[in-house]
Design a protein around this ligand. Structure first.
Ligand SMILES: Cc1ncc(COP(=O)(O)O)c(C=O)c1O
Length: 368
């Protein structure tokens, strides 16, 4: 039987009744756009993260884009982020007209190397955009300290870190704004696209509400240039139900990750590191090996499918060469792209399937 890196079907079978009820509730309510479910989900999810406001949007990329727009970031500005991330982190920055400036990452946590941020701050720098990648928060104490010193905004990319913690604080609660994605594979994932920007700041909240709705507060009257980026009632209703299970999803992810740690501790794989003051939510369980491609080929022969997040650093991609970076500029990021891969991990992955993956890996590692 095939083992995939991610699958939702078993989880759906367990939650089928709740999800169908959530859909039915919307279809029979008479409200399909920006109704009660979006409002309740915004309140519940922002409260879960420990902030006052949440604005539901179309997807995580828009959450980043609108977050930057709300901070008035655009042409002529620079935003510091990482190249070791999903493309949308960077496309959201460039879509505002601002320039993304990359800093390398730490080789053990794969997260922004805070020792290198100050080297690239210029007069044009407006914002630091740390990505809490793979389910773990970047070093927010350092980032907050640097941002204060240089008077910069912070926008956290939390697309992969729902429920992750830094010194007991939830991802997204430590900055001006934070962007979440509810893309199906995410820790809190729906059955389609969805996103949210969260904030403690009322003015930013009001501005984001306008930006996602053509710049309107009242229907048909724009008070500023805006967009159409609304979270649908249907997705909000389903996500509201799934939010009740979020802590259980994270607990199961952590259990599976700790089991991988235990089973693979004596193998030649380099295993992921949970930094001391953080709670990793294990969106992905990312390992490193110099013979990564060979291992993946061998696993495929055994019907086990893993993933590489991400095989190409963004600064080396054709679509982003105009940012002025080249191969060799970010050595840690570039080496990671050659060696990392993620093992199957999602809440409904069974212990038996996990053991099959582990045994296959151990057998393969002996022969290569
Ligand atoms: C780190 C990161 N940022 C942003 C996004 C964008 O989210 P979405 O796919 O919902 O637009 C994603 C998801 O792909 C992501 O992983």
């Amino acid at each position: 039987m095939k083992i995939k890196v991610w699958d939702y079907l078993d989880e759906y079978r367990i939650e089928k009744n709740e999800i169908e009820q959530a859909i039915e509730d919307v279809l029979t309510s008479g409200y399909l756009i920006l109704g009660e479910k979006v409002k309740r989900f915004e309140e519940a999810f922002s409260a879960y993260c420990g902030v006052n406001f949440g604005v539901g949007v179309d997807n995580g990329t828009d959450a980043l884009f609108l977050g930057l727009k709300a901070l008035n970031i655009g042409k002529g500005d620079e935003v510091i982020t990482v190249s070791n991330t999903a493309v949308p982190t960077v496309s959201a920055i460039t879509a505002t007209g601002a320039k993304a400036v990359f800093v390398d990452v730490e080789c053990d946590t794969f997260l922004i190397d805070t020792n290198k941020i100050e080297d690239i701050i210029t007069k044009k720098t407006k914002c630091i955009l740390p990505v809490h990648l793979f389910g773990q928060c970047a070093d927010m104490n350092r980032i907050i300290g640097i941002a204060k010193k240089h008077n910069l905004f912070i926008l956290e990319d939390c697309a992969q870190s729902h429920g992750a913690e830094f010194e007991g604080k939830k991802a997204g609660s430590m900055s001006d704004l934070a962007a979440f994605s509810f893309y199906p594979t995410k820790i809190l994932g729906g059955f389609g696209d969805g996103g949210m920007v969260i904030t403690k700041n009322r003015d930013l909240n009001d501005k984001l509400r306008r930006l996602r709705f053509y710049g309107m507060e009242k229907t048909y009257y724009s008070i500023e240039q805006g967009y159409n980026s609304r979270l649908d009632e249907l997705h909000a209703s389903i996500l509201l139900k799934k939010l009740e299970h979020l802590d259980d999803y994270i607990a199961r992810r952590r259990q599976l990750a700790h089991q991988y740690d235990e089973y693979l501790k004596n193998s030649s794989l380099v295993l992921p590191k949970e930094a001391k003051n953080r709670k990793h939510a294990y969106y992905l369980y990312v390992v490193k090996h110099p013979k990564r491609d060979l291992i993946i080929e061998e696993l495929k022969k055994k019907d086990i499918f893993v993933n590489i997040s991400y095989p190409w650093p963004i600064h080396t991609m054709e679509g982003f060469l105009n940012l002025g970076f080249k191969k060799g500029d970010l050595p840690v990021t570039e080496k990671l792209a050659d060696e990392i891969f993620s093992l199957p991990l999602y809440p409904s992955l069974s212990d038996a399937d996990q053991k099959t993956v582990v045994q296959a890996l151990i057998d393969i590692l002996k022969t290569i």
